[in-house]
Design a protein. Sequence first.
Lengths: 306, 291
Amino acid sequence: MILEARGIQKFYEQGRLQVLRDLSLELHAGEILAVVGESGCGKSTLARVLAGLEAPDAGEIRRSQAGGMSKHPGVGFVFQDSLASLHPRRRAWQQIAEPLAILRGLWRPTAQERAEAERLASTMGLSAELLQRYPHELSGGQRQRVNIARAFITDPQLLILDEPVSALDVSVQAQILNLLVDLVGQRTSRALVFISHDLNVVRFLTDRVLVMYLGEIVESGQASEVLRRPRHPYTAMLAMSDPERGEGPPTRVAQGEPPSPYDRPNGCAFASRCDRALPKCHQERPRFVEAKTAGRGWSCHNPLNT
Amino acid sequence: MKGKRAFAAFRISFGSAGAAIAVLVAATLTVLAADFISPHDPLQTFEGAYRLPGFWSSEAHYDPRFVLGTDDVGRDVLSRLLHGARWSMLAGLAVAVLATALGVILGSFAAWWGRSVDALISRAMDVLMALPSILLAIVVVTILGPSLLNAILAATLTAIPGITRVVRAQLMLEMSKPYVAAARIAGAGGFRIVLRELLPNCGGPILVQATLGFGDGLLNVAALGFLGLGARPPAPEWGAMLADARGFVESDPALVTLPGLCIFLVIWAFNILGDEVRDHCDPKTHLREAR
């Protein structure tokens, strides 16, 4: 197992705002896990917590250590904003080589690190000429390649991508996603967490999906299964409101806004927007039910497709 | 190509900026060559040549040996002004370098090393800022004793809070950007992040503050000199020259006007240069032009 998280809680604003609530997940080698949900559901916070950028307020995260190399960070991270996530005054090759220099305790990358960075970059379609450029001289797709190369260069066990293609053109999105599929396919010892609001991307790339709503996991399972036969009405709503589903106009558009995380309802957080809500849903918080299939589960009093 | 790039990066729009650069180049050359270009020893007193007027005077007792006249003890004003540039400019430089170095160190600690360090440094800076800078400088010099070195230390102390605040704010702004998070994930430690990620991207605002600090430092050292708390007589420091000439404001206004004009010109030039540096060090305009 690459990573195990148990009962993660995360609060902001001195505890007034809960962004992650009792969140647990496991990640195995070779797995690609997608985390989907609307804006503000806590998926980016989850990514930051899993990467160790923020400490959870409760719960624990266990990561397997890469064979005795305690200095190895073991995590690669790709951010949504491809420009802001690159050092403004470093050339592309320096960006890619920097994590190697850190790992090896060097103050700056040497010719050795540069050669390794160039070797990896060339497999990603970044020419030597592009590697000489500064971030603002590259296109969005090229920048995101540099970001991915930087995340991969130390060969981390866990790669976390926080909406890596959301800011890119559709055609460039496909190139980047193909690149990711290739990179992950090559090495079965690593796992990948893919944060996205785009279900098309999820379908294309991932094995397993977690659906998040207001800081909680409301449904999980194999990507094809979850999207084809959603159990939680929220998942169904997400799947149906995807305009690129290719089956005519969205039939059930998402209604309303999620409730304020400052004033969390007693019962199911989704009940106020749900057309299948029972009286119980407004009073009692649903438990996460695990199905017979491993990894499949949902938290709903009145699930679909039963 | 390389030369053209460097030229583009440092191209200065002419106008007031050009004039400011000219003033500063002239002042710098004077600092270097004061011994060769001044007609007399700045400390030499000429018997009988007291408070002679300069070239502007049509009176019979204008002495062509003293183009800008002489002071009350018969020293050549031009020579004293030229040597005074050395004192004042070096004092300003010392203040700018010391205050910037300490401000960068304090600001970096405040921004990076946790809340308690930040609170300690920031409140200390608030206290320093709450006192008028010249008053603070006077207190410091009173404690340490009047000398040019102590005036420089006092002016440095008054300049530190401004630079520390700018450094801290700029670092905190940069810290929120994902490239810094990327370095943290890659395992970079605090010193590495501050020195390799944050400071290189805060150079512009820090350079602006350092430039302005040069002018302010020069002014504060001159003010302390004027109050008799800085350079000791007979040193030809501009502020001290003003103080010496105080008694002759009505009879010989040139004696206070000339050093005052020198102080004004140099400080004006540094402020204009600071603005120009600010425009040129914005990473976006700078890098775009440097291409």
